[in-house]
Design a binder for this molecule. Structure first.
Ligand code: AHR
Length: 494
């Protein structure tokens, strides 16, 4: 098979916002306890946070971290997680006993120490305007009023200056504690957002969009919520998880196309509201949960036993095929750089995560770690409008989809090219870059596997060894055309 990718520095999609490489750290399973935080671990710092996990998070290249949920936030009482008295409470999101050992200050200081921008979520499930505004004051207020003074009393004088705030989480979902219809949520988001911005007008607010494109309310939800909250919100959220269903590999490999359609539809919904309101604003998107997740294997929160401490919940084990799909999803996100400045790979550690740990033991990289880390490292500057010409392949779930996807990102120093071959055959790709010569330098490639993934560091390391390759391309000079051969079912960056 043959394909071509045409690009030119004069034709641009938009600048890559570094906040595209965010993640989620939820109080769920072992994401916090024995994930980022484990005081007894040999690598832990004086605050009790694991050094090995922090080092891997830095290598992964994450720029922002959403906290404390996810579904957890919808019944969270943030006051329980600050100050000297930390009650043990039953978290209704995941039916886990939450010790509140880690709370707002511990998380924000961890993020600060590691140069990660926090994205805080407020509880609009069981709580409302007052608690949300109080939390903004606790985080961002100057000393002299009640909640800011509580922060000072808890040992932190300087405000944290948290800029990004989510107005709740997945409130369109019947599984969400405090689930609402679109009018209820839209009104609440508008009023909570108004109060939060009165505390700190510099914050950016993210309204909950749909929990997936398959939600029965998708589309209507966005329009109704945005009709209510248009004046106060800065972004609308999207969430999407992809998996292979019943061995349907082709549809799974086409997940990037599903994500692309979802983004276009959310943008269209937001633009319809803008049109009705006589506004020229193009509301931007916070894709603040995305990943591969074998959701069909999850029994649902209602069926989880009540568990104490740090239970193992949705610790999905990833294959190199999953990693190729993650790479392709990143290609999609990059190609919407003009519309999607914020995104979070959900999650960071242990819970459907690129980083895994054992309590008291090692931390390691899952196969999905590699395309994320490479994209976060290489995708700097401006996304160019890469025009792909290629064949299509039929899929059960998404119809005919392109065999090849590509994203091209350039700054003054380098051009990064990301290519995915979804086909079961190798594809030769002509890169057409008229007017500019490229010196191809080494990159990284992930090829899909056909064996089931197994838990543990040994299998992850063996998968990386077999399926993640550093490419030797150094020194090959071309005028305005280069050719690259993509192996079947592969993701390549250089
Ligand atoms: O990331 C796991 C869960 O997925 C989050 O808590 C929730 O927001 C989503 O349904």
């Amino acid at each position: 098979d043959h394909a071509s990718v045409l690009f030119h520095p004069g034709f641009r999609v938009g600048a890559v916002d570094r906040r595209l490489f965010g993640t989620l750290v939820e109080h769920m399973g072992r994401a916090v306890y024995t994930g980022i935080f484990e005081p007894d671990h040999p690598t832990s710092d004086e605050h009790g946070f694991r050094g090995d996990v922090a080092a891997l998070a830095s290598e992964l290249g994450i720029t922002t971290a959403r906290y404390p949920g996810g579904n957890f936030v919808s019944s969270y009482v943030w006051e329980d997680g600050v100050g000297p008295d930390r009650p043990r409470v039953l978290d209704l999101g995941w039916r886990t006993v939450e010790t509140n050992t880690v709370g707002t200050d511990e998380f924000l200081q961890w993020a600060e120490r590691h140069g990660i921008e926090p994205m805080m979520a407020v509880n609009l499930g069981t709580r409302g305007v007052e608690a949300a505004a109080a939390l903004v004051e606790y985080c961002n207020g100057a000393a002299g009023t009640r909640w800011a003074d509580l922060r000072v009393a808890n040992g932190r004088v300087e405000p944290y200056g948290v800029r990004l705030w989510c107005l709740g989480n997945e409130l369109d979902g019947p599984w969400q504690v405090g689930h609402k219809d679109a009018d209820e949520y839209g009104r609440l988001a508008a009023e909570a957002g108004k109060a939060m911005k009165r505390v700190d007008p510099s914050i950016e607010l993210i309204a909950c969009g749909s929990s997936s494109m398959e939600m029965p309310t998708f589309g209507d939800w966005e329009q109704t919520v945005l009709e209510h909250a248009w004046d106060v919100v800065d972004h609308v959220s999207m969430h999407a998880y992809y998996q292979e269903h019943d061995g349907d590999r082709a549809s799974f490999l086409a997940s990037g196309t599903a994500m692309d359609r979802f983004i276009r539809r959310v943008a269209a919904s937001a633009d319809a509201v803008a049109a009705r309101k006589g506004s020229d604003r193009r509301l931007t998107i916070s894709f603040d949960e995305w990943n591969v997740w074998y959701l069909s294997r999850f029994p649902g929160a209602d069926n989880l036993p009540v568990q104490d401490g740090a239970p193992r919940i949705i610790e999905d084990v990833y294959s190199a095929l999953d990693a190729v799909v993650v790479g392709d999803l990143l290609v999609t996100l990059l190609n919407h750089a003009d519309r999607v400045p914020l995104a979070c790979l959900a999650q960071l550690v242990n819970v459907i995560a690129p980083i895994m740990t054992e309590p008291g033991g090692p931390a390691w990289r899952q196969p999905t770690f590699h395309p994320f880390a490479a994209t976060a490292r290489l995708a700097r500057g401006t996304v160019l409008d890469a025009r792909v010409t290629c064949g299509t392949m039929p899929t059960e779930r998404h119809g005919a989809v392109p065999l090849v996807t590509a994203a091209v990102v350039a700054d003054d120093e380098a051009t990064a090219i990301f290519l995915v071959n979804r086909s079961t055959d190798a594809v030769e790709v002509d890169l057409l870059h008229p007017g500019s010569a490229l010196a191809l330098t080494g990159g990284i490639r992930v090829t899909a596997d056909t064996v089931a993934a197994e838990p543990g560091p040994a299998h992850a390391a063996a998968t990386a060894e077999r399926h993640v390759a550093q490419l030797e391309l150094d020194g090959v000079l071309h005028d305005d055309r280069s050719t690259v051969l993509l192996p079947p079912e592969s993701w390549t960056a250089f």
